[in-house]
Write a protein that binds this ligand. Structure first.
Ligand SMILES: Cc1cc2nc3c(=O)[nH]c(=O)nc-3n(C[C@H](O)[C@H](O)[C@H](O)COP(=O)(O)O)c2cc1C
Length: 325
């Protein structure tokens, strides 16, 4: 009784308008329903919550068609949109049945759909669900995330807004690179365990194409030096350095010798995609397996518009030979 008296009548339309004066970014939250179908909606109720443990939250309306999926799921993803994604925001704010037809998506850690093109993504397990009026507060524990240097999409007073100068000078660019190697032998690729149940690329300090490749663990592999070329340049997360990935071919002796600890070969048509540590590495390995069949490779460079691929054929030639032609 006392509560009812204390609760003053608040006009919901005026309240929504007042809430809308708060400037936010725009996200698409995604999950899978009990049949494994991707579900998602536009949401600007994102809040970062905690660094240790890494927690975030979003508020999901109980009237949304995808509410049951978010209310039952054990995992979900939050994809921040960049300034070029107004259309994506509109699609995911609609009731369209086929929202995921308009975007590329992939799995990272939990299996929740990660939009391939986004400003930043967080792949989360559900930490807690709290009842809150006509919404639930969905608290996620971040299991994996990635970001890009694009400009964010903003939202205020019911309209999209642009955010000026979002990237401080030197941000990301100042970081070192991880040098990864796609080492091939026959139709197999060499991968290294990350010690946490996933596979990553072997890494090395040295970029120079040579017959000796000394891996970060200290083990040496012998390569066919003329078959090493740059394959991909990309960023995974703002806390990580970027990746420079070279494609290389193992010499016959190394291919037949015992492998360094924690390394294993995987056939190109049976790569363990579900256990590749990051979404970016997985996408790159998928592309490599595809291109390997045609012996035509693309060099990928991460750019603001989702990246670019330049095609080359599988054979490299010496600089002196190329220069004299
Ligand atoms: C910019 C923007 C932000 C939104 N934020 C939220 C939100 O935080 N939570 C929510 O439940 N709905 C939010 N919505 C509304 C949902 O996107 C909308 O109801 C959508 O139709 C839900 O999709 P569904 O019914 O297919 O699940 C937002 C819409 C827009 C355009």
């Amino acid at each position: 009784m006392a509560d009812a008296m204390a609760q003053r009548r608040i006009d919901p339309i005026a309240l929504r308008r007042a809430f809308g004066t708060f400037v936010t970014g725009v996200t698409v939250i995604t999950t899978r329903d009990c049949d494994g179908n991707p579900r998602g909606m536009t949401a600007n109720s994102f809040t970062s919550v905690s660094l240790d443990p890494p927690l975030l939250l979003v508020c999901v309306g109980k009237a949304a068609a995808s509410f049951p999926a978010f209310n039952e799921t054990q995992s979900f993803a939050v994809n921040f949109l960049h300034e070029g994604q107004v259309e994506t925001s509109s699609v995911f704010a609609s009731k369209a049945a086929d929202k995921f037809q308009s975007v590329n998506h992939d799995r990272a850690h939990t299996g929740a759909p990660i939009l391939t093109d986004s400003l930043t993504w967080f792949d989360c397990t559900v930490h807690n669900r709290i009842e809150a009026g006509d919404h639930i507060i969905l608290i996620g524990q971040v299991q994996a995330f990635g970001t890009s240097p694009s400009a964010p999409l903003g939202f205020c007073r019911g309209r999209y807004a642009s955010v000026k100068d979002p990237l401080p000078a030197g941000w990301m660019a100042s970081q070192d690179m991880i040098i990864g190697y796609l080492v091939e032998a026959g139709n197999r690729i060499l991968l290294r365990t990350d010690g946490k149940g996933s596979w990553v690329l072997p890494t090395a300090r040295r970029r120079k194409a040579d017959s000796q490749l000394v891996l970060d663990g200290g083990e040496a592999l012998t390569l066919v030096p003329e078959n090493t070329f740059l394959y991909s340049v990309f960023d995974v997360a703002d806390s990580d350095p970027g990746y420079l990935v070279y494609r290389a071919e193992l010499s016959r002796e190394s291919a037949e010798a015992a492998l360094p600890d924690g390394h294993a070969f995987f056939s190109l048509d049976a790569l363990p995609y579900e256990r590749i540590a990051t979404h970016e590495l997985r996408a790159m390995l998928r592309r490599y397996a595809r291109e390997r069949q045609d012996k035509r490779f693309g060099i990928y460079i991460d750019t603001g518009d989702g990246g670019r691929v330049a095609m080359i054929d599988g054979q490299s030639q010496s600089w002196t030979q190329a220069a004299s032609e």
